[in-house]
Design a protein around this ligand. Structure first.
Ligand code: CDP
Length: 220
């Protein structure tokens, strides 16, 4: 069974999905982390697409969720700490717009969720990857609020970063993610829309947990 949360950057998808996964003891899948890992390979290939696709074919990407962290490894080597750098943030939407990359990541995800109960988050999970998901959410919030949240999150690891830079990166990615031809960021018709601008984190988690619990009960 799969529950999906889609939405733009900083809308609260990851933190909410992780909290829901922990509270209800279900598995968590971070599709953005997989696009970020693929972007590391793109950077290794110096953004040469031919070299990149060759490397992508050769490498094995593995992942698991534990202790609030979604771990990703390339050929058995952890890249978890490299996924959230400014360089990856700069190129990830360019990489995620490539149809071959999308089918590569979609296959990884579909294979992962064959058994068990999962909550997954991304941009196109309810529309393109898991159109038959049992429950779909689309989270959003004002750009200003999303930038503030992301800035707060990043500042401790990267003290040089400014709110303006974060806001600009988020706005650029939102635009690229919504305008691309291949599986753009879009609310599925049957997704529950959830604007989190004026909602506390606890309220967010409570609301999603109660809906998820209802669906799990019905399925059992
Ligand atoms: O955490 P944040 O929402 O900022 O980003 P993320 O979830 O780590 O996703 C990083 C990027 O991967 C997004 O800006 C998209 O370009 C891409 N992505 C995508 O295209 N489709 C998904 N299902 C998930 C992420």
């Amino acid at each position: 069974m799969i529950i999906v949360i889609d939405g733009p950057a900083g809308s609260g998808k990851s933190s909410t999905a992780r909290a829901v996964a922990d509270r209800l003891n279900i598995e968590y899948l971070d599709s953005g982390a997989l696009y970020r890992a693929v972007t590391l390979i793109y950077i290794e290939a110096n953004r040469d697409k031919e070299v990149f696709f060759e490397l992508l074919n050769q490498k094995e990407i593995s992942f698991y969720y534990e202790d609030q962290t979604f771990y990703v490894a390339i050929d058995g080597q952890s890249v978890t700490n490299e996924l959230r750098t400014a360089k990856v943030a700069e190129f990830v939407s360019e990489v995620a717009a490539l149809p071959r990359v999308r089918s590569f990541v979609n296959n990884l995800m579909r294979e992962a969720v064959i058994d068990g109960l999962y909550i997954a988050e991304g941009r196109d999970l309810g529309t393109a990857v898991f159109p038959d998901a049992e429950l779909k959410f689309f989270m959003s919030a004002d750009l200003e609020e999303r930038a503030k949240r992301r800035y707060k999150e990043r500042k401790s690891k990267n003290p040089e970063i400014t709110l303006e830079e974060v806001k600009q990166n988020i706005a650029e990615r939102d635009l690229k993610d919504s305008k691309r031809k291949a599986d753009p960021l879009k609310k599925a018709d049957d997704a529950i829309e959830f604007d989190t601008t004026d909602v506390t984190f606890e309220q967010q988690v409570d609301k999603i947990c109660s809906k998820v619990s209802e669906v799990i009960e019905v399925q059992n």
